[in-house]
Design a protein around this ligand. Sequence first.
Ligand code: GCB
Length: 618
Amino acid sequence: LKVFEKVILGCFLLLAISGRTLAQSDLITNIPARETISLNGKWQYIVDPYETGYYDYRYKERRENDGEAYWNNPVQKDKTDRKEHAYTDEYTLEVPGDWNSQDPKFLYYEGSVWYKRTFDFDKSDLNSKRVFLHFGGANYQTDVYLNGKKLGMHKGGFTSFNFEVPASVLKEKDNFLVVRVDNKRAKDEVPTVNTDWWNYGGVTRDVNLVVVPDNFIQNYFVQLKRPAPGTAPKTKNTEVQGWVKLSKAAAGETVTIEIPELKYKKSFPVTNGTADLNFKLPKVQLWSTDTPKLYNVVISSKSDRVEEKIGFRTIEAHGKQVLLNGQPVFLRGISVHEEIPQEIRRAHSKKDAAQLLGWAKELNANMVRLAHYPHNEHTTRLADSLGILVWSEIPVYWTIDFGNQEVFEKAKKQLDEMIARDQNRASIIIWSVGNETPVSPVRTEFMRNLIEEAKEQDPTRLISAALEVHYNEGKNTIDDPLGQYTDLVSVNEYLGWYGGLPNTNRTAVWETKYDKPLFFSETGAGALGGFHADSLTRFSEEFQEWYYKEQVAMMKRMPDNYVGLSPWIIADFRSPKRNNQVYQEGWNRKGLISSDGKKKKAFWVLKSYYDEMDEVKS
Ligand code: GCB
C-alpha cells in the first residue's frame, strides 16, 4: 500500500509541476504599453507567522468559504459576531516595496503576510475583453484571492506573473483582493536557504490590472538573426527573426509588424496562435553602447495592438572574443544587487534604476551584471535606452538541491519567465543560469539542461554561469566541466581577499581548459566607507584600493581570451551573513560605494582602468 501511495503522490506532484510549467507561458509582456489600472499604493495587511489565515487549528488547509480564512472579508455582522482577524488602516504597507524596510518589526521577518485592498471596476465597457492581475514580482510564494476565490499561486521572488480575473468573479464595487506573500526560505526552493543577500519579503514590484481583448498579443520575439559567425550584421536588408504569440488560436488571423521610422510594414500568417517572423529591414541603425538606437515597433493583430521599443543588434562569442554587431567588445562591467543601500530597501522604481545604472555610468562601465536574480523591468528598459549591456541571472545560487527534479522545474520556470519578460531588450546580451554551483555530475547535468532550455527559448543571446576557480599552489585553473556548455566562460575570483593578500596576485598563474572568451564575473574586497588605515589593514578603504590596483595589474596580464570583468560590487548591500560588528554589522562591504552612497577609494582605481580600456577601443 505504501508503494501505491507513493505512486499516487508522485503523480500528483508531477501534475502540480507540469501545471505550473504550463501556467507560466501565459505571461503577458510589455505591461507599460497595455491598458492598465495600477493597484500600487497602500494595502492593509496582517502578519501571520503561524499561517492561521491559511490552516485551521488541525493544520488543514482552510476551505474557500471558511470565514476564518484571511482571504475572506471579515465583516462583523453584529456585536455578537466573533471575528478573529481584521484588516484596518492602522496596518498598511506600501506596494511596491519590501516589508522589511517599512516597519522595524519586519526587519528580520520571514513568513506570511496577507495584503488586502479593495477596488472598483467599471464592467460596462468590458464587452468581450479579458482582465488579468499582473505582478512585476513578489518574494517568494504568492497566493492570490479575489472576492474569496483563489486566482492562483506563484513561486519565485524575482519574475513577473499574472492570473486571469474571470468576469464572473469581478464586481463593479468593492472588489476584495487579498494577496498572501510568504518569504520563508526552504531547501527545495530556488534560491535555497543559504544566500549572501537579504531575503526582502513582500510585493516588491508593481501590481496592475491589465485589460486586453479576448484574443490578445501575449508575447513576441523580434530580434536580428545571427549573421554568419564573426561577421557584422548588414545595415541594409538586415534579417530579423522571431515570432508573435496570440493568446488564442483562431482561423484566418494575421499579425502585422510596422516600424514607422523605417517605413516598414508587413503581415504574417498565424498558425496555431503563433506567427513566425522572418523578414528583412531595408536599412537599420544598429543598437550599440555608443548609440543605443531604439525603434518604435508596432505589433498588431485583428483585435490588438502593442507598441514596443526595440534595439537591433547582434551578440556572439566568436573564437576568443565577444562580438557586438560583429566588433570585439571589452566588457567594462560591474555587479549590482537590486537594493538602494542608503534607504536599506529593495529597488523597485524608475528612479531607483536611474540611481543604480547612473552609478555604473559614473564608473564608465558599459555593462552590468544583475546579480543574482532578474531585476525589475524598469532597470532592463533603462539599460536599453542608456546603452548599458546586461547580464541577467536566475537565483540558482550555491548549493541548491540539484538532485531534485522538482527543484529543476522551479529553476527552469524562473529561467523561462526571465526570458519571456525581457527577450526583446537589446541591452541583455547574456542569460546566466546560476552562480558558484558546486562541481558534481548531478549539478552539471542540471545546469546543462538549463543551458539547453535557455538556448531553445532564445537562440540569439549568450548563455553563461558564474563558475569557481580551482585554486592550486602557484596555479589557478579554470576547469569546471560546466565551462564546456557555456558560450562565455565566466569565473568569480577573490585572490587577495579570500586567499592571501593582494600582492600574491603578482605571481598568480592562470590556466584555462577552454578556448573560449573568458570573463571575470566577480572580484572584490570589503572596506568600511570612511575607515582609513594603511593598506595592510583589512576593511580599510586603503586595503580595498590596494586590492583593486593589484587586480587591475593582474587583469592586464591575462591571456588574449580575456574579454572583461564585472567586479563585486557597485555598492554595499545587506547580508545576514556578515557579522563583524565593527566593520560589517549585517552589510557585505565589498561595495565601491558605501552604504551611505559615498564613493570609496577603490571606485577611482576601477574607473581609471575603465577609462583606459575605453580609450584603447576608440
Ligand atoms: C561570491 C558570491 C556573492 C558574494 C560574494 C562575497 O562569490 O557570488 O554572492 O556576495 O562572493 O562577497 O563573498
